[in-house]
Write a protein that binds this ligand. Sequence first.
Ligand code: ADP
Ligand code: ASP
Ligand code: MG
Length: 436
Amino acid sequence: MKFGGTSVGKPDRMKHIASLLLNEPEPAVVVLSALSGTTNTLVEIGNNIAKGDRHSAQQVITKLEDYYQAFIRALFEKDETYNKAKSIVAEHFDFLNIILKISFSEALSKDILAQGELLSTKIFSTYLQEIGADYALLPALEFMSIDENEEPQIGSIRTKLTHLLEQHKDKKILVTQGYICRNARGEVDNLKRGGSDYTASLVAAAINASVCEIWTDIDGMHNNDPRIVDKTVPVEQLSFEEAAELAYFGAKILHPASIWPAQQYKIPVRLLNTMQPEAKGTLITQEAASTGVKAVAAKDNIIAIKIKSGRMLLAYGFLRKIFEVFEKYKTPIDMITTSEVAMSLTIDTHDHLDQIIKELEALGSVEVDENQTIISVVGDHINETPEIIKKLFGSLRNTPIRMVSYGGSKHNISLLVAAEHKNQLLQQLNHGMFGL
Ligand code: ADP
Ligand code: ASP
Ligand code: MG
């Protein structure tokens, strides 16, 4: 059971989660995120230190500490547990204050980011102690790890976690940190923003759980982005493939990589609403229960690159040369389209962009468009349903489309548009494809 930032972000919500857990018949590993807003604040602290602005970093740390002090004052009733929580908060903020004096490094910034999940899990565990619940705290840094390619090592996660669980066989609630892990150098690292979902799926796969529940602030995966579109509805069921496409192409409710571990180990995933536990939410399983369009998602900050070469005409090997450049800089490509003389593709990171462009320029003329958005329409076998294609293209109206990707997967049709057209297009698709 994974609870996200908003689900643990207020003292009352923590109490509510504790009561959900007490009513849970099966033993559960409980993966917690940092309290909402904390990771953003830790990013800000790291950025200030990186810039050499220690004064601003200090101010942000003090404000965050005040917030945690107030949080625990509201959460605890008994002196013993309140004092314990107070010393936990003091310990982590002492650490942040010490870091202020050390010279900045990438590894140090990861240590800063880890404080959110460490704090939330220790505070929550202390609350479980206060109410007399039967719990244990499993330190994620002792079992969650990634290799030199930043891939989780599921075999080793399984061995270490199983060992830890054996030490707490009698416990029903096993609390652990989402997001944080150790890297190949043994340093503290993380699974990237939103990574607690990924932790939950990895843990579920590692222990062969009966279900992986992702508890958040909305009643499941909606058919469109509820932050942008007025009228959206929850989707009752999705296949792993549909859910993976939606997560990868921008549905924020799930971390982009969070589906594969559950899919590979055939663990059903449920998306549930902490604020409304009785709502059905979304069930994600092997097969799609129905065909047709399920949802639309948008992925921002996309860079489109077009490489044009007179020499591509009938030239095999041109694509390989292009892909080798991206392989060299470990930069994944999301969308691709080709014509006889040019190829367009998209990436989602500026890391190494300058070097990539320089190397591509040796192969042909290069055009770069930043600030693009991929809009993906996802559903089982949608590319085989002419009616859907008609509705989709009918919904576009006059929106200029930079690229279309169709046929790469049976479950996804993607469009690339300039970011300024995103909101309107999501709305048009909501109306045109879902009649909402
Ligand atoms: P948590 O902190 O629990 O991990 P997130 O903020 O990461 O929660 O994810 C939940 C949020 O994802 C929702 O509040 C909603 O605004 C956003 N979201 C974006 N797209 C979708 C979608 N298709 N369905 C549901 N929620 C979505
Ligand atoms: N706390 C981390 C973040 O904000 C991880 C998560 O919430 O899933 O990105
Ligand atoms: Mg999240």
